[in-house]
Design a protein around this ligand. Sequence first.
Ligand code: ADP
Ligand code: MG
Length: 290
Amino acid sequence: ATPTAIMVGTGLGARCGILFRNADALEQAEKLTTLVVDKTGTLTEGRPTVSDVRPAPQVDATHLLAVAYALEKDSEHPLARAVVDYGTAQGVQPPVASTFQAVPGMGVTAQIDETLARLGSPRFLADAGVTLDHTVIEALESEGKTVVGVTVGAQLLGYIALSDRLRPDAIATVSALKKSGIKVVMLTGDNQRTASVVAAQVGVDEYMAGVLPGHKADAVEKYRAAGSLVGMVGDGINDAPALAAADVGFAIGAGSAIALDTADVVLMKSDLTSVLDAISLSRATLAKIR
Ligand code: ADP
Ligand code: MG
């Protein structure tokens, strides 16, 4: 494309809140064949809320929530914020916790009453040797909810389910992207069952679940290696390497600073429709100069 056309395209984008950070991104966007989209915070609003509290037999729900609060209070994860807000609303009295540690893509640990306490995904707890009630977990996950378990030492206190609404424009945008010939792939650290429910709701072509933060970029590389020109849309700290690995990385404007820094295109309106607009703008810009 001529420098003038690129400047005009970039200017038009900026006026509708689509910031192309380089000319290459504007030229490549029209050629994308696969779009990898992060689930949490991109297809969904990224503001999960607690939907179910399921204490284990003989455990008080208040106790489960108090321990969960103590574990999550120093975490910046969206699920942690939801647990803390819920606990606050319920007026919990959290026990003292120390030596807090986050395990990316898995959960958190801390010392409570000189005992190691854990909160996180079923996979995280199973890896730690905890015996889980899969009937409870599977029922909640089949509703598209994310389930975390809470343990203190060897004792399982119970489960907390969280749900995160789809962005209002998610279904329509995915459908429009598919109609324009782009394969849409959902990527998430969340478990297989929850991911499959959300993937079906939103109508993506494919999904990859249980992807640990360090492996999101590998997922993008997988599609590139298969010959696709790959776009990636994300918002989180975890998404930055994948945004960098993609041919065109799109960051949701309300996302983390590192995602914004890494992206080729920043979507200031923080909506998914902007991805579609960015691709259309790229097509229009390049069509004009042919
Ligand atoms: P995503 O790819 O959907 O943004 P993450 O990679 O951040 O998700 O997390 C994947 C999973 O790890 C979550 O679904 C949750 O089960 C677990 N997890 C990670 N950190 C936390 C936390 N602080 N509190 C609860 N669960 C967590
Ligand atoms: Mg995310």
